[in-house]
Design a protein around this ligand. Structure first.
Ligand code: 3HC
Length: 328
């Protein structure tokens, strides 16, 4: 369960490539975008379907922990902002499913793979949002980590994915700021509010670090994905950048990162920090996180309850196509 059975082969050297593969790699090396009708190696196509599909699933599953707080947002303004954000995530899912469809897989197939546990979504969405401060932490840390990963993906080699990322990144940066704004309100509020903000940071810190994927030495796909410029940075590079960016933000809030090993390392020009508990990460992506069952049950229910609407749209499209004016 929760494995897509796409194994990345070791990246080939130029000498090992066929002439067609070499020409393809040269296009990538020159920084050209690959478009849907261009020739591409089968493994490039499969890797993109895996990554873009997982990314799309993450956007729509990511609506669930925040949607949980729409009815309980503390003010009308916060409710409006949260509603807009949760709607944005649905839009991101749509752009990404559309990008994946250009690779020859349908949205129905992708969703079937999600619902049957044959495709993953981001580990982070298997953690609960217990308090309003968690919504701040999700925006600040989870969207912050997402942007750190997604800004370089604007330069990814596959045209439709790259173009989807440009639009998504603009919206994600608003999401990150709204989360930080909630954290400022809480951290500079009453002692109880500050304690809630600290508690949210304590619970979301390591799961946010896990979003970048396993350490480089355990990342099975990075070498090939970077050769094809599907990924632009390694998992550890992005995790380091995220820590370096986030520590001063926590300091400004007067909050403490829950890591006793956290130290500025002048030599490397970045922070030293503790690795997340990778056994927890692997348990979560194997389907055994705190909320995996709840998230999938909510998704499957939404899919089943939406069947009448999809059927209605199909029936309307068929009737429209049969009208004499359409035939003419
Ligand atoms: N959650 C779930 N699975 C993860 C994971 C995570 N945080 N990190 C890694 N994995 C999985 C990989 O998918 C792979 O499993 P698979 O072979 O079954 O697909 C396995 O762990 C090994 O990891 P690798 O490092 O070898 O995998 P990748 O090279 O694919 O790197 C990645 C993982 C960095 C997440 C990369 O796929 C990526 O950059 N994806 C695009 C970004 C993305 O999906 N973001 C989702 C974040 S949430 C979001 O965007 C919503 C926003 O609104 C907050």
């Amino acid at each position: 369960m929760y494995a897509q059975l796409v194994k990345s082969e070791a990246a080939k050297t130029y000498d090992e490539m066929t002439p067609q593969e070499r020409a393809f790699q040269e296009r990538i090396d020159r920084g050209e975008k690959i478009e849907p009708k261009d020739w591409m190696p089968d493994a490039y196509r499969k890797t993109l379907i895996r990554q873009i599909g997982q990314h799309a699933h993450s956007e729509i599953v990511g609506q669930l922990p925040e949607g949980n707080w729409i009815t309980r947002a503390p003010t009308l303004e916060r409710k409006q902002i949260l509603l807009a954000k949760v709607q944005d995530e649905a839009g991101h899912g749509l752009y990404l499913y559309s990008a994946a469809e250009t690779l020859g897989i349908s949205r129905d197939e992708l969703l079937d793979m999600l619902h049957s546990g044959r495709m993953k979504y981001s580990s982070i969405f298997n953690y609960p949002t217990l308090t309003w401060a968690d919504i701040g932490a999700v925006g600040w840390l989870v969207d912050g980590a997402a942007i750190m990963n997604q800004v370089p993906l604007q330069r990814t080699s596959y045209g439709p994915y790259s173009r989807a990322m440009v639009r998504i990144c603009k919206e994600e940066s608003f999401h990150q700021r709204q989360g930080y704004d909630i954290m400022m309100k809480m951290a500079f509020g009453t002692p109880d509010q500050k304690a809630m903000a600290q508690d949210a940071l304590n619970r979301f810190w390591y799961p946010s670090l896990m979003m970048f994927g396993p350490s480089d030495k355990d990342s099975v796909h990075s070498a090939q994905s970077m050769q094809w410029k599907i990924k632009i940075n390694t998992n550890d590079e992005l995790r380091q950048k995220f820590v370096d960016q986030t520590v001063p933000q926590a300091k400004y809030l007067g909050l403490t990162i829950p890591d006793e090993q956290l130290r500025w390392n002048a030599e490397k020009g970045g922070y030293d920090f503790s690795e997340p508990d990778w056994s927890e990460f692997y348990a979560v992506i194997a389907g055994n996180g705190p909320c995996n069952g709840e998230r999938m049950a909510a998704r499957v229910t939404a899919w089943e309850e939406g069947a009448w609407f999809r059927d209605g749209l199909m029936a309307y499209a068929e009737k429209s196509a049969q009208r004499p004016s359409a035939a003419a």
